[in-house]
Design a protein around this ligand. Structure first.
Ligand code: DQA
Length: 161
């Protein structure tokens, strides 16, 4: 059996998520981004995958990070924040690198203002998880890892009828 190196996932947090914990806690919860990142690291260790986390308030920096993921990471977990609803550039970057991406949101964007109901990212993502607070990230990481592992050969029984 061929030994596979551990999967590596890039976790990207978009604008204003550096303020988590103090930013509208009634919507986004009381946990800081550092706490969410450390929970993600613990979850990654359980799943036997590596993760690298990054946050930026700048669209172009996020685009660069998505480009740099090529050849370094096998998938992207992204909370694009407000860029979800505005950014063709982020959508094109994800489509351009062709890496599987899972979109996550702390809040349930579909229960909020109308302008949050549209995502430019969702059509180029494997899937979206929204509304479970910090657990959206943990669920998203698990979903992405399962998706990637299926591609590596596990879960092939799914194709059988
Ligand atoms: C968010 C939802 C977005 O609409 C908002 O602009 C954010 C956070 C979330 O995680 O719930 O910044 O992505």
């Amino acid at each position: 059996m061929k030994i596979q190196p551990p999967l590596s996932i890039l976790v990207l947090h978009g604008p204003n998520l550096n303020l988590l914990g103090q930013r509208e806690p009634q919507i986004y919860g009381a946990l800081s981004l550092a706490t969410i990142d450390s929970r993600l690291k613990a979850e990654a260790a359980l799943l036997l995958v590596d993760i690298v986390t990054a946050q930026s308030n700048h669209e172009g920096v996020l685009v660069d990070k998505i480009h740099e993921a090529l050849g370094r990471h096998q998938g992207i977990l992204i909370n694009p924040g407000a860029y979800t609803h505005t950014s063709v550039a982020l959508r094109d970057a994800i489509a351009g690198v062709g890496l599987p991406a899972v979109e996550v949101h702390l809040s349930n964007v579909y229960r909020r203002e109308e302008f949050r109901h549209h995502s430019y990212i969702a059509p180029v993502a494997v899937g979206q998880i929204s509304g479970f607070g910090a657990n959206s990230y943990l669920l998203g990481l698990r979903a992405l890892v399962y998706h990637l592992q299926e591609g590596q050969g596990e879960g092939k029984e799914q194709g059988k009828s």
